[in-house]
Ligand binder design. Structure first.
Ligand code: ATP
Length: 951
């Protein structure tokens, strides 16, 4: 379906900066105009020069937010504004009252506001840095010809004149004129709205055509659905058609995850509640204390505002982004590159992991071990790509050397045919054998070498055409021209159950005989036997065709084939997978195998890996095709192995699982897996073997293609989530401690002896404004951030996945938060009471001493609460010493607290507290050093009362 014309990009075909329309010029002409030899490509120096001149190949984004704006943003918080207003009022009162000395309260609060802003900035830049690092890790790449060699370049570094080498699954990196194309189909829906992939052709257009009809061009932002091609880049960046229709991209647009949204909501609700409580505290304090003067009013005002600022969890969203970003970075270091922060959250709730088999559960190191032909069976010794080994008769590997000539001929035709229908290369370097291309194909080259002693078994054959392998077709064919004159051959290899129905004859020695029912049944029996032993099976067949047959429409000739035989390939499971499967099952996650391989092979390997019980049922793609939605859901509830599936079956499976409420992580590597990966909650692409298109549609890329990495990422996702819960529990309960202390202190002033201890003070409050702000500064950010990177406290894989819609702060957490807050409040007030004369416990100290003691008690309680908040179920002493950052944060908090109450120089600013004397006589002066104690007892030791807190 084409998009309405208005949505079509410009039909002016000449890209900006090019004086001609490349779609109506011969390809060679275009290359010449762009100063490039299409068979060599640009040289690196020229490419660098052009990159410097034209700029990177990317759509322009909004300029980044300047530092001054970021700084200003830190002060835009209404609470900070409130605090600044309080500072202004306090300065005004100080000034009206004669501007004597330094307005200490104002200075201290202003300093705290600035410190908070700096902390905010640091957190923000840390989160931004982590997100940017991830973005660069997942940047698209393109294959280009430079200096005559194929190289992989970042797509942002493509320049005009670059020769793009396109292949199935590639994302087209720039607008380019095709130089050649073989069965090249390009998915252009992002640009034209056309959902069918368009067949491309390098032949020049007769006349300028609209974008969707320019068959000799490919465009940035589209994807190669099939085939191969080469093209010379004519436009990059904003000069491309995509650039012409793209709005400015907002690169700084930050993704807001559902969790971040929930946290913001909770912060707001809590904020309003706390502000309400602070207002009540102010009114109560004013009424109880019979406030009369402006300075008393300022004291009450500062108290309320400070309480609001300290107890409102306004920093929560910022800490959350840092924790998510840091967590995601550490996952990336372990080969699981999550593209969006959101997926890090989702990973923790994954309830199904649906994985490919080849390369993810297995090593993708293919070795042909068995060959079955009409005349018997052969075993090839040796493993890996080193072509050392020999052919022996029989199936147990210890049979006789192969001498039966008929069998030798048949086996060499199977391996020779497999080597002809083949694009892989076997390379020896310094005695090490490696493969380039598909390992399944390389296995044929290795096996043929073992049989004949040379890799050049098929030398002299010319390739005249091909029908590529796709996961849907499960076979591939090559049209070959044998040495000398004579008929050409179409050689086909593929899944035996797909190939056999296309065969009518079978090779027996030098002859071909009809493939009658008995022979067919025997051939199928061979396949079944191999599959039961976990072998991956591949059949080989051929037919003679007329010399000079055209390369187009070759599919039509893939019938009436002569069956040569079948090979059994071992692909050993990755050693770490069985343990990872067990770990996933322990964590309540179902593991499924979805593979293109034979059902019997699939079940056997799934059984070996512990995915299913041995002998469990596998369902095939064809069976899935015959099911309705209900049938699909029923099947996916019970069956965990799917074999011979086509990519569209993966989509069916994801849909059915999601309809059942599952959170699905699904892997994929081929271009046609993209829709399933997009639909899955966590689409997982393969970093090594995956195509660019799957990487683009996935939410996570596996650096090592390994299943075990997915399970490790799930664990990491759960740890991140647990850590978020930890710091929420911590921050909320600590803030509640402050609220309860002040609220109960004002309401119960008489009970705890505060009222009687008023002495010269007009306003008797349990804590002073600056003390509250100090607590907020010392105990909030550090420990909360440390909790974000805390190691696992509880065994996160010992519980079932979290429901995707479960609230992060549930009733249980609220109960805990309120209880702990209450206990902290009571403990603080009791400490004050102990020091004060009167109240529940008789004491002898001044209000200042008592308050300092209460203040320190609250700080210590909060620092202990760091350990306590690490788990909802285990005690604070469980795995107590595992978090070194936590201990660093606790240590820092302690040092700062000791400094503020003990070190003379630090006592002054924070020690000078808001309005403590009715006369205001001492308000405007820095506190004097220790000026005699009203008591011989001291909370801080024998030496006396910290002077800074004493009036
Ligand atoms: P998974 O989907 O788990 O990665 P897979 O790699 O076996 O499994 P496909 O690549 O779709 O899935 O292969 C399906 C079948 O197609 C294989 O079992 C094999 O018989 C056949 N096949 C695989 N590769 C080739 C190839 N290069 N040429 C011809 N046939 C092939």
């Amino acid at each position: 379906m084409a998009t309405p014309r208005s949505a079509q990009p410009s039909s002016v075909a000449a890209p900006a900066g090019l004086p001609f329309d490349p779609s109506v010029r011969a390809a060679d002409d275009v290359a010449r105009e762009l100063g490039v030899d299409p068979s060599v490509g640009l040289n690196e120096a020229e490419a660098a020069r052009r990159l410097a001149a034209d700029g990177p190949n990317q759509l322009r984004s909004r300029p980044p937010v300047p530092l001054w704006r970021k700084v200003l943003d830190q002060f835009r918080d209404p609470l900070v504004a409130l605090l600044l207003v309080a500072v202004a009022i306090s300065v005004t009162v100080w000034w009206v009252e004669g501007a004597e000395g330094v307005p200490v309260d104002a200075v201290v609060i202003a300093a705290i506001v600035v410190l908070n802003a700096v902390l905010g900035l640091v957190q923000e830049s840390k989160a931004e840095g982590a997100v940017a690092a991830l973005r660069s890790m997942t940047e698209a790449s393109s294959t280009v010809l430079r200096d005559g060699r194929r190289v992989t370049a970042r797509s942002t570094e493509l320049v005009r004149g670059d020769v793009l080498m396109l292949t199935e699954g590639d994302a087209v990196g720039a607008d380019a004129r095709l130089l050649s194309a073989t069965a090249l189909r390009v998915q252009e829906s992002s640009l034209t709205g056309e959902s069918e992939a368009v067949l491309k052709d390098a032949a020049v257009l007769a006349a300028p055509a609209p974008l969707g009809d320019r068959f000799d061009m490919v465009y940035k932002g589209t994807a190669v659905a099939q085939g191969v091609g080469r093209a010379v880049v004519v436009a990059t960046g904003m000069d491309t058609e995509m650039g012409a229709i793209a709005e400015l991209l907002d690169a700084t647009d930050e993704e807001v995850t559902p969790l971040q949204r929930e946290i913001s909501r909770v912060s707001k609700v809590l904020g309003l509640t706390v502000i309400g409580i602070a207002a009540v505290v102010m009114v109560l304090a004013a009424v109880v204390n019979d406030v009369r003067t402006a300075s008393d009013l300022v004291t009450v005002l500062l108290l309320g505002v400070s309480l609001a600022v300290a107890a409102v969890p306004e920093g929560l969203p910022a800490i959350l982004s840092v924790v998510l970003a840091v967590g995601v970075q550490s996952m990336a270091r372990r080969n699981a590159v999550v593209k969006k922060l959101h997926s890090a959250e989702t990973l923790g709730s994954a309830s199904v992991i649906a994985s490919d088999k080849t390369g993810t559960l297995t090593k993708n190191e293919m070795t042909i071990q068995r060959v079955f032909t009409a005349s018997g069976e052969v075993t090839l010794t040796g493993v890996g790509y080193r072509p050392d080994g020999e052919a022996r008769t029989g199936g147990d590997g210890v049979g006789q050397p192969l001498t039966d000539e008929q069998l030798v001929r048949e086996v060499s035709m199977v391996l020779g045919g497999g080597s002809l229908a083949n694009d892989a290369q076997l390379v020896e370097r310094d005695g090490e054998w490696t493969v380039q291309g598909d390992p399944t194909e390389a296995a044929f080259l290795v096996a043929a070498h073992k049989l004949t002693g040379t890799v050049d078994r098929v030398a002299g054959f010319e390739r005249r055409g091909e029908v590529p392998f796709t996961s849907e077709r499960k076979m591939m064919s090559a049209l070959v021209d044998p040495p000398g004159d004579g008929a050409w051959a179409l050689v086909t290899k593929g899944a035996p159950d797909v190939l056999l129905p296309r065969c009518t004859e079978i090779q027996v020695g030098d002859r071909t005989v009809p493939l009658d029912e008995e022979r067919r049944a025997r051939a199928l029996g061979d396949v079944e036997r191999l599959s039961q032993q976990a072998y991956r099976t591949l059949g080989v067949a051929y037919r003679r065709v007329a010399e000079g047959l055209g390369a187009q429409g070759l599919e039509e000739h893939e019938s009436d084939l002569v069956y040569l035989g079948v090979v059994g390939i071992i692909d050993p499971p990755r050693p770490e997978v069985a343990a990872a499967v067990a770990e996933a099952r322990r964590a309540g996650i179902r593991v499924m195998m979805i593979t293109g391989d034979h059902p019997v092979t699939a079940t056997r390997i799934a059984g070996d890996l512990g995915i299913v019980e041995p002998g469990a049922r596998a369902v095939s793609g064809t069976e899935l095709d015959g099911l309705d939605a209900e049938g699909l859901r029923e099947t996916t509830r019970t069956v965990s192995v799917y074999a011979r599936v086509a990519p569209q079956n993966k989509l069916q499976i994801v849909d059915a699982l999601q309809a059942d409420g599952h959170v699905v992580a699904m892997t994929g590597d081929g271009v046609n897996d993209a829709p399933a990966l997009k639909t899955a909650d966590i689409g997982v692409a393969m970093g090594i073997t995956g195509t660019e298109v799957t990487k683009e549609s996935a939410k996570m890329i596996l650096g090592d293609d390994n299943f075990a990495t997915i399970v490790a990422a799930v664990r990491q996702g759960r740890i991140i989530f647990d850590n978020i819960k930890k710091f929420l529990r911590y921050l909320l309960s600590s803030n509640m401690g402050e609220v309860f202390t002040v609220l109960l202190g004002v309401v119960l002033a008489g009970v705890v002896g505060l009222e009687g201890a008023a002495g010269g003070e007009a306003v008797v409050v349990p804590l002073l404004a600056t003390q509250i702000l100090w607590i907020n500064l010392v105990t909030d950010s550090g420990p909360a951030l440390a909790m974000g990177v805390d190691p696992e406290t509880d065994d996160v894989m010992a519980r079932p996945p979290r429901g995707i819609n479960d609230r992060i702060i549930d009733a249980r957490m609220w109960t805990g938060v309120l209880t702990i807050g209450f206990v902290m409040g009571v403990a603080t007030l009791l400490t004050i009471d102990i020091f004060l004369p009167g109240g529940l416990v008789e004491g002898t100290d001044s209000l200042t001493v008592a308050r300092t003691a209460g203040f320190t008690t609250l700080v210590l309680a909060q620092l202990f609460n760091v350990l306590n908040s690490r788990s909802e179920t285990t005690s604070a002493f469980h795995r107590m010493f595992t978090g070194r950052w936590l201990w660093a944060a606790i240590g820092l908090g302690l040092v700062l607290q000791i400094a503020v109450v003990q070190v003379p120089s630090s006592r002054s600013p924070s020690g000078r507290l808001a309005s403590t004397s009715r006369t205001g006589a001492s308000r405007s002066r820095w506190p004097r050093p220790c000026s005699g104690s009203t008591s011989s007892a001291s909370w801080s030791g024998a030496h006396g009362i910290p002077a800074g807190w004493r009036r």
